[in-house]
Write a protein that binds this ligand. Structure first.
Ligand code: ZN
Length: 779
């Protein structure tokens, strides 16, 4: 069953004046569906039908009290759970989410004298749902479900409660997003069913335990065991609950922000020294997020905790307890690099932004996951740029947009806000459309409203929905009070797939004019796809050799003319100079030919963005590859690492199958001719005081030129560095290990089988997980 009030929202978005009507309409439909669903579920109960992805709403949780016995050495855990619920319609069957849990006993206790309550029998549902069937109906009102159960720790995946080993010690962690809280607790495992949690963990003596909230009390229990009780949490969705048990060390990160929130970095035993950078830098991120939101961090503490092994995700914003793969949080002094610092700051800023956007205000359903993720990415990048100006972080906007376009140009692309009715659709929502397209669209509409108006809209949204749930419509309404015209334009980008390809032609036959036409960007070989014109802001830059003039306009029509603010015909024109807009400009051949005149005026960020767009156009088939490769080669030797990186990407992204085997040697010679000199000037090994972006250029350029360019000098260097490193680990620093080993493995030729066996032996023997991972990636 789909609860989307979409028909109403989509038909009433044409004019700004209808905004209020739209909101009321949404609420009415939501209520109507709520009651209709209640009636339908009552029928379902009679038929004992198992619910699908969503549980019936006739019973909802108010609070949880959970006691778990957790021993990291064991394979299983046990739990006793009390869920206070509100029964809206009498029922003898309560459905809960539970996966791979064994229910030993379940009963319902009603307010009043019968403290024992009455027992339930378990009705098998499916692999995600169980039913508790009672001999008599639970009356409307409050009741408490008491459940004793056991479960199994995962040891080969990171879903639910899972175990990992570091050195000789076992640790237990959790990861519940999106649908895996049900592997640890029988629960109402949906984002809209927020409730407060009180957690108590019974753990072996000598270990430590962490959870979303600070410890309230601690006492000895049976011999050899301790009981740690955590403070009751504010209302949270199940996917944000987390705990960890093991012999952890703690590194103090001080206090930060309006409430002097205590910050700690929690590491596997003996590794607290590796948390120095995280401990020193988290407070500033928290304070920057508070400043943006204009309200304090919403939880009483912030812990950052590392899983010893890598996971499929970088980090997770559990309320008050952010989890990371160790490599993102911890670094020994020899592993420290700008790349590590950048990753840590950007990811932590993303996760801390979630504490408001996701944790304090949660999306009502997974179709609005983008509200969580694109906003966290957007604010995370903004905070990173603010805290570390030397990194010139905003120059990466073009990369974010390119990542989104790689999917969004396909005929099969999905819309940002996608109906979610099946389990697979929930998991599939975590993709570049949710993260990068959402972020790029937010960037564009912030530019439309202006930073202050946009920020005020965000603050209104949080104030209106704190500790509750909200939808995209709620977000639009909060933003739209500054400019109602924004709402339908915004919807055009999140409720429809695709990105506008904007053709830009300069016409100086009379007064200088820019002629625009927009269409949906389509892959090579696909006929133009019919699409209503998008409405979006566009900024142009044009001028002479020294500096440009900026002029912005609103694009509304399929074809549109924009008169320029100058009388003389400009020498050059570019559009979307800093990649702020979610559209892809394609200049006319004459404007491409004029670009050398624009270089000085555009600067590093503008040029890098322009080259990245050229790459994106070529990959989409909207520009010939010969033109794009030639354009990239012209900038291959650029001194600015960001320009050199963008130029390199055009050649490196060229699909291998575009080069026929018979032309491989010619292509390699072309790569050497244009890219070798810059790669060699960077060198395999880091140099003291080199520019911030140099490690990124090194790791991209050298393996590429060695492998695809068959550059003999770089191949020899990679092979001999690898040979030296096999004998002596300090022959190269860990920060370049993966690039060198990758280049060596790809260029080993007749030595390949021997090198493969040697590297595999290193991976097997290594006790350093990062080293192991680098070697395996190279293989
Ligand atoms: Zn996120």
């Amino acid at each position: 069953m789909n609860l989307q009030p979409a028909s109403c929202t989509r038909t009433s978005t044409r004019t700004a004046g209808r905004t209020r009507v739209l909101v009321r309409c949404t609420i009415l439909v939501a209520w109507a569906l709520h009651f209709a669903l209640g009636a339908a579920q009552a029928q379902t109960l009679v038929q004992d039908e198992v619910p699908g992805l969503r549980l019936p709403r006739n019973v909802v949780p108010l609070s949880y009290e959970a006691q778990l016995t957790i021993d990291p050495k064991a394979e299983t855990f046990s739990g006793a759970l009390a869920i206070k619920v509100r029964v809206d319609k009498p029922t003898d069957l309560v459905w809960l989410n539970a996966a791979k849990l064994t229910i030993e006993e379940a009963r319902a206790v009603l307010p009043g004298p019968n403290a024992e309550g009455f027992a339930a029998t378990v009705v098998p549902g499916n692999d995600s749902v169980i039913g508790l069937k009672f001999a008599q109906p639970l009356p409307a009102g409050e009741a408490t479900l008491r459940i004793r159960y056991t479960g199994t720790f995962q040891s080969t995946s990171v879903n639910g409660a899972f175990k990992q080993k570091d050195r000789d010690d076992w640790y237990i962690f959790t990861h519940f997003e999106p649908l895996d809280a049900r592997r640890a607790f029988p629960s109402f495992d949906e984002p809209a069913l927020k409730a407060s949690w009180k957690l108590t963990l019974r753990i072996p003596e000598g270990l430590r335990a962490f959870a979303n909230m600070p410890v309230e009390s601690e006492r000895g229990s049976a011999p050899g065991w301790r009981e740690i009780s955590f403070l009751r949490s504010p209302p949270l969705p199940t996917y944000l609950i987390a705990f960890a048990v093991g012999s952890f060390d703690v590194r103090d990160g001080g206090t930060a922000g309006m409430n002097r929130t205590p910050i700690s970095v929690i590491t596997p035993k003996g590794r607290a020294a590796e948390a120095a950078y995280a401990a020193a830098n988290t407070g500033a991120i928290l304070a920057a997020a508070e400043k943006y939101f204009g309200r304090p961090y919403p939880f009483p503490k912030l812990d950052l905790i590392a899983f010893p092994q890598s996971t499929f995700f970088g980090a997770m914003e559990n309320a008050g307890l952010i989890t990371y793969g160790a490599r993102g949080l911890l670094a020994r002094p020899d592993e420290m690099s700008t790349t590590f610092e950048q990753w840590f700051i950007a990811v932590t800023a993303h996760e801390i932004a979630h504490m408001w956007f996701g944790d304090l205000v949660t999306m009502a359903w997974w179709d609005d996951l983008w509200l969580n993720e694109s906003f966290a990415s957007w604010l995370g990048d903004r905070i990173t740029a603010e805290l570390k100006p030397a990194w010139r972080w905003s120059a990466r906007l073009a990369d974010t947009r390119s990542w989104a376009i790689a999917t969004d140009r396909l005929t099969s692309a999905r819309q940002v806000r996608q109906p979610v009715t099946e389990v697979n659709e929930v998991r599939a929502a975590f993709d570049s459309i949710t993260y990068s397209k959402g972020q790029s669209v937010l960037t564009m509409f912030e530019d439309w409203l202006g930073p202050e108006n946009f920020r005020d809209g965000v603050r209104r949204y949080l104030a209106q929905h704190e500790w509750g749930n909200a939808t995209a419509d709620d977000f639009f309404v909060a933003l739209g009070s500054a400019d109602p015209a924004l709402i339908p334009a915004f919807r055009g980008f999140v409720d429809r797939p695709g990105i506008p390809l904007l053709d830009v032609v300069l016409n100086c036959s009379a007064a200088p004019t820019i002629e625009l036409s927009q269409q949906r960007l389509a892959p090579v070989g696909v006929a133009p796809m019919a699409a209503e014109p998008w409405v979006f802001p566009v900024c142009f830059e044009y001028g002479g050799a020294q500096k440009g003039i900026r002029q912005c306009a609103l694009v509304r029509d399929a074809m549109q003319s924009i008169p320029l603010k100058v009388n003389a015909c400009p020498q050059w024109v570019v559009a979307n100079r800093d990649s702020v807009g979610y559209y892809l400009p394609r200049l006319s051949p004459a404007l491409y030919a004029a670009l050398p005149k624009a270089e000085r005026a555009l600067g590093t960020k503008g040029m890098a963005s322009l080259i990245a767009d050229t790459n994106t156009l070529a990959r989409a088939g909207a520009l010939g590859y010969v033109d794009a490769l030639t354009f990239g080669a012209r900038h291959a030797g650029a001194n600015e690492p960001r320009i050199a990186l963008a130029a390199l990407a055009i050649a490196a992204d060229l699909p291998a199958e575009f080069v026929a085997p018979v032309n491989a040697a010619n292509f390699a010679a072309w790569v050497r001719k244009h890219y070798s000199a810059r790669a060699k000037s960077v060198g395999w090994l880091p140099r003291k005081g080199e520019p911030t972006d140099m490690p990124e250029l090194r790791n991209a350029a050298l393996p590429f030129v060695a492998d695809r360019g068959r550059d003999p000098k770089l191949v020899n260097e990679a092979q001999s560095l690898t040979a030296r490193w096999r004998k002596r680990r300090n022959a190269m620093p860990p920060t370049v290990r993966r690039s060198v080993l990758t280049a060596a493995a790809r260029t080993a030729n007749h030595n390949a089988p021997m090198l493969f066996d040697a590297l595999l032996a290193v991976a097997r023997a290594s006790s350093d997980r990062n080293e192991q991972e680098d070697v395996l990636m190279a293989l």
